[in-house]
Write a protein that binds this ligand. Structure first.
Ligand SMILES: [Zn+2]
Length: 251
């Protein structure tokens, strides 16, 4: 049932001493537990997992799915990532000061160090940028400022996605004219209050300066040069690739 990956360095480096010290450690009954270092042992071995286990995907991979992987990958597909990298470097940020953050959490109506998701009042796991940092390939919002960050749970964070918080909470009409209803993540009775308190909270962010905007202009011009190089590389690949592929056919 249990087979070791011969080439798996993690086993060699992390687990072998455990086997030496306790030969029974990998016995059948104990196998699907966690090792003393807290790693999931199933990650380290090829094993026959039970037919149904936590996290079992709804659809099993089929051979025909491989088609989606067999394609030319264009550099132009990374344009958004490049913009994100430039914007991340460009956006203003606050230094971390415990006192400022504590005050901000009080302003947000949080209770001491026990934070709750500002949207659903669940257990927060991350900091949500109230206003996203990138929109339409441009820097957007106040940036990585204390008063642009709120405690948020994973589900709300992923449900909100790139939408602005007012639209996501209260509902909106999208560019195709379709009415998007308010999120069910924020209780109907709280929606208006949550939006108003978040607007008031975010207003405490200092505005971006002229020097800041000038830097943005320069960095975006550099970004455009990277995009142009990507395009040049894609064009080169498109020109040369067919010739290379001819000599690479399966017999
Ligand atoms: Zn939440």
């Amino acid at each position: 049932m249990v087979k070791k990956h011969e080439s798996n360095n993690r086993i060699d480096s992390n687990c072998i001493s455990e086997i030496d010290e306790n030969p029974g450690f990998y016995g059948k009954d104990t196998f699907l537990g966690t090792d003393p270092a807290g790693d999931d042992l199933a990650d380290n071995f090829d094993i026959d997992l039970p037919a149904v286990s936590v996290g079992t995907p709804k659809k099993r991979l089929q051979p025909k799915n491989m088609g989606a992987w067999l394609k030319q990958y264009a550099l132009a597909n990374r344009n958004t990532t490049v913009t994100g990298a430039f914007v991340a470097a460009l956006l203003p940020h606050d230094e971390y000061h415990e006192k400022t953050v504590k005050q901000a959490m009080l302003d947000l109506g949080q209770k001491g160090d026990v934070l709750t998701c500002v949207y659903c009042e669940g257990i927060p796991t991350t900091w949500d940028h109230l206003t996203n940092s990138v929109q339409s390939h441009k820097a957007n919002g106040p940036g990585h400022r204390v008063y642009n960050l709120v405690p948020c749970c994973t589900t709300c964070n992923s449900s909100k996605g790139g939408k602005n918080f007012q639209d996501w909470i209260l509902g909106y009409t999208n560019t195709a004219g379709k009415k998007i209803p308010p999120t069910i993540r924020v209780q109907a009775a709280r929606r208006e209050h949550v939006v108003q308190s978040l607007i008031a909270y975010q207003k405490k962010c200092p505005p971006r300066s002229d020097a800041d905007l000038e830097l943005e202009e320069k960095l975006m011009a550099m970004r455009d040069r990277v995009w142009a190089i990507f395009k040049e590389a894609d064009d080169l690949v498109a020109k040369v690739r067919p010739r290379i592929e001819k000599s690479r056919r399966y017999k």
